[in-house]
Design a protein. Structure first.
Length: 162
């Protein structure tokens, strides 16, 4: 069984001269994403691998999680905006060595992938929120939603105010 953690990137700047892919986390976005990363680990969600969209805001969020969990980080273009459940499941298949994989990516792909994998309907992802799934197999319908972790819960788990 694989545990798959889906996470939305932190709050990013509205615009960047380099385009959408270059948008960085705001100072507040960095602070909250760092607290969310530490909160995940404090709750016992410790990925063995973090896979991220190559867009800057996701990469920054994923780096914070990988640092908090002390695990490797890899970029994967399939997690860029437009990601499908099939894309996400292909990433899981390619990393059989990881018992817990965290995928940092974007909306609305997160919501759609979660619905397809766990059959749970549409659950929104605030930034930087997460959802934890257990996968019996890397295929649509084979996942169970274990937890939805809004940013407020993750920040509180980090030991401070939400």
């Amino acid at each position: 069984m694989t545990t798959l953690v889906l996470m939305r990137h932190g709050v990013a700047e509205d615009d960047n001269p380099g385009g959408d892919g270059a948008r960085r986390l705001t100072d507040e976005g960095l602070e909250r994403a760092g607290r969310a990363a530490r909160g995940l680990v404090a709750l016992g969600v410790r990925p063995g691998l973090v896979v991220t969209s190559p867009l800057v805001r996701c990469r920054q969020t994923a780096e914070l999680v990988a640092g908090a969990a002390d695990c490797p980080l890899v970029e994967d273009m399939r997690l860029a905006p437009g990601m499908s459940a099939s894309d996400l499941l292909d990433v899981v298949i390619e990393h059989p060595e990881a018992d817990v994989i965290l995928a940092c990516t974007h909306q609305p792909g997160l919501t759609y992938a979660l619905a397809d994998i766990a059959g749970c309907g549409h659950i929104g992802f605030a930034r930087p929120g997460a959802a934890v799934l257990e996968l019996d197999a890397p295929r649509p319908g084979a996942g169970r939603l274990v937890a939805v972790l809004p940013p407020r819960v993750l920040r509180r788990a980090d030991g401070g105010r939400p």
